[in-house]
Design a protein around this ligand. Structure first.
Ligand code: FMN
Length: 350
């Protein structure tokens, strides 16, 4: 199998995408310190592998919230897939289903959840920003339930929209005409080309949500151990550690640095999903060793989609799975469950 090279994939995607769209995907908030730090953080750890453990070919299978998975990877929710390729969210969902992993569909998707479920044969998980109009939010939940959605991922790191210089340069504020946020068709003036954020959201809204659906709820964008504790106290089914890929607040610590304290606080009470800067299997190994149960990838999926459509995403997922098996074998691990902090050294690479 060809070696995984996400930088090459990004270069290919860049060659095909309109510069405004490339920058929308690649960019981050402010001076992009957090964006860069997310990727660089993996260099602060090196591996200390074990040998002669007779571990055999690693078994990557597992599950999350009752859903069986072929490997500990999910597709992070990212907006506007049809801007990257005509295959759109349905193409990404098809590739995820083929690989045996969940895709999280963004509320800001350019295809409706019902259409994606039909096209791919598997209903994606649904990412929700609680809308200031709670009636609209409830409609969204009912639609997700009716479509067969297995879980809700509620993003809580966005009380306002992040300020991204690259988008300001291109004046990229919402979807180009001809595209719409197809899940928002019940919104006034719908379907809109952007979604709404609310700085008044609080834990009361999580209580409201918890009382309104029996679906498992993951809170995405947890960055502090105290919030992880509050999330568990409010009955969520999983914590999703993320700084939104450095797109919201510049200066936030890289997620890999935030993870250990959160994992300590959570102490296995609920599963931890983790994202930010994962570009190779060794990055996955480091995040799992530091306490994540499952990792997610955002931008690499869009690069693969832009470069090769649904087949491109399928090839990326195959390559990541192969790279993960290879890396675990070389670490002397028979499965991701064998990973722990003793396999890491905190040591900066130059
Ligand atoms: C173009 C783009 C759009 C995104 N849209 C959403 C979104 O609609 N909802 C959400 O919760 N997160 C969104 N995210 C954040 C991702 O879910 C994820 O946290 C982040 O991309 C992970 O970092 P990575 O790109 O380094 O893998 C978006 C990220 C990108 C790059």
């Amino acid at each position: 199998m060809a070696a995984l090279d996400i930088a090459a994939l990004e270069a290919q995607a860049r060659g095909r995408l309109d510069p405004a769209i490339y920058d929308y995907v690649a960019g981050g908030a402010g001076e992009e310190w957090t964006l860069q730090a997310n990727e660089r953080a993996y260099r602060a750890y090196s591996l200390a592998p074990r040998v002669l453990r007779g571990a055999g070919v690693p078994d990557l299978t597992g599950g999350l919230l009752g859903q069986p998975m072929s490997m500990p990877l999910v597709i992070a929710p990212t907006a506007f897939h049809r801007l990257a390729h005509a295959d759109g969210e349905s193409g990404t969902a098809w590739a995820a289903a083929k690989a045996g992993i969940p895709m999280i569909l963004s509320l800001a998707a350019t295809e409706a959840i019902e259409a994606v479920a039909v096209a791919s044969g598997v209903c994606p998980w649904f990412q929700l920003y609680i809308q200031p109009d709670l009636g609209l939010t409830e409609t969204l939940i009912r639609r997700a339930e009716a479509a067969g959605c297995p879980a809700l991922v509620v993003t809580v790191d966005s009380p306002v929209f992040g300020r991204r210089k690259r988008d300001q340069v291109h004046d990229f504020t919402d979807l180009p005409s001809g595209f719409a946020c197809e899940n928002m068709r019940e919104a006034p003036g719908a379907p809109p080309r952007q979604i709404a954020f609310s700085p008044t959201l609080s834990w009361h809204d999580i209580e409201w949500l918890r009382a309104r659906t029996g679906l498992p709820i993951l809170l995405k964008g947890i960055m502090h151990p105290h919030d992880a504790r509050l999330a568990i106290e409010h009955g969520v089914d999983g914590i999703y550690v993320s700084n939104h890929g450095g797109r919201q607040l510049d200066g936030v610590a890289p997620t890999l640095s935030l993870l250990p304290a959160i994992a300590q606080e959570v102490a296995g009470q609920v599963p931890i999903v983790f994202d930010g800067g994962i570009r190779r299997a060794a990055d996955i190994v480091k995040a799992l060793a530091l306490g994540a149960d499952v990792v997610a990838i955002g931008r690499p999926v869009i690069w693969a989609l832009a470069a090769g459509g649904a087949a491109g995403v399928a090839a990326l997922l195959d390559a990541l799975q192969d790279d993960l098996r290879h890396t675990l074998t070389l670490c002397g691990c028979g499965s991701p469950a064998d990973l722990d902090p003793s396999l890491l050294l905190r040591e900066a690479w130059s």
